[in-house]
Design a binder for this molecule. Structure first.
Ligand code: AMP
Length: 307
């Protein structure tokens, strides 16, 4: 099984109503790799960092089965930096600062050893970079999944639309789905977005779960009600990692299996928010994941008699 993950590897500074972090390790591809590697290895990472990205973090990823041949290190630039502040509901946030740094001039090169990968996860980053990776692959993967965010809808919409035409699954949150489609109803938004290219659409709704759309079908996965949410940063990427990790592990790209994959994504995301940054993801073991999946099953399992 083989999976390419593309995305940012970054520094983040996060403020929540309950606390504040210093510059900590983040980035879409970092979270995806930590999450997906529970289900599928090796992971072939494509990203860019600056001189300031700690070697120790790279080594931890390598030990985890994440190959870094496709990660460029720009010796005279800083790593991508993002800072954000969460509102009281912890579902919405404002971006305070986005410094592209090394990402601004990033031209990805897909190493030969990454060719023939069956699955491609395009984490959130510059749409032109996502497109370049798709175009460099000699054989189209079995499934191409893409994440993106409002920042790129506002700064690179035309490129974003080009990528949409080439992907199978798009993941966005509810406000991004509305922004992209200019529709308030998520059902109408889904129809419109699927007409732009992706055959499957996942709309993430933070603590209210996630919806999976395909043709006229729709499936809902809840989020686990948690007593404490410390930091939602990376929850979407961790969700993506669980989703694609399960798909790459099972090699089954049916709607039915995607239902399981979004439950696994939701379970992984529920760990991510329990501590700041990637801390919790680094601690969890298979047993923790299994127990949480059982909690998910119990959360939505009920009997009903038709009257
Ligand atoms: P999430 O909370 O899942 O949306 O992802 C948060 C992560 O996305 C953080 O670790 C950031 O470093 C990263 N991030 C924030 N803005 C961007 C952006 N414009 N492009 C790529 N990655 C970003």
């Amino acid at each position: 099984m083989s999976l390419i993950v593309v995305g940012t590897m970054a520094f983040d500074a996060i403020e929540t109503p309950f606390g504040k972090s210093d510059r900590i390790i983040g980035g879409a591809a970092t979270y995806i790799a930590w999450s997906a590697s529970n289900f599928c290895r090796p992971i072939k990472q494509i990203s860019v960092v600056g001189y300031d990205f700690p070697q120790e973090e790279m080594d931890q990823l390598t030990n985890r089965g994440v190959q870094l041949e496709g990660v460029q290190i720009k010796k005279d630039e800083k790593s991508f930096f993002w800072s954000g502040r969460y509102h009281m509901d912890m579902n919405t946030r404002d971006t305070l600062e986005t410094q592209l740094n090394a990402l601004a001039t990033f031209e990805p090169v897909v190493p030969d050893s990454y060719q023939d990968c069956e699955f491609l996860m395009l984490g959130n980053l510059v749409p032109a970079v996502q497109l370049s990776v798709i175009d460099q692959l000699k054989n189209r993967p079995k499934l191409v999944v893409m994440d993106t965010m409002n920042f790129w809808m506002e700064t690179a919409l035309e490129d974003l639309k080009k990528v949409l035409k080439k992907v199978d699954v798009l993941m966005v949150n509810d406000s991004e789905a509305r922004e992209l489609s200019h529709e308030f109803s998520l059902v109408k938004a889904a129809r419109k977005i699927m007409s732009m290219g992706p055959k499957f659409l996942i709309i993430k709704k933070g603590e209210h779960g996630a919806l999976l759309f395909h043709e006229d079908q729709v499936f809902f996965a809840p989020a686990l009600p948690l007593e404490d949410v410390f930091d939602p940063t990376g929850a979407g990427d961790t969700f993506a990692g669980g989703f694609i990790g399960h798909i790459a592990h099972t090699k089954d790209i049916s709607f039915e299996n995607m239902k399981t994959a979004i439950i696994i994504g939701s379970a992984m995301a529920s760990f991510c928010v329990e501590k700041f940054g990637t801390e919790r993801l680094k601690e969890i073991k298979k047993d923790d994941i299994d127990k949480r999946l059982i909690q998910f099953r119990e959360l939505v399992n009920f009997d009903i008699e038709l009257v």
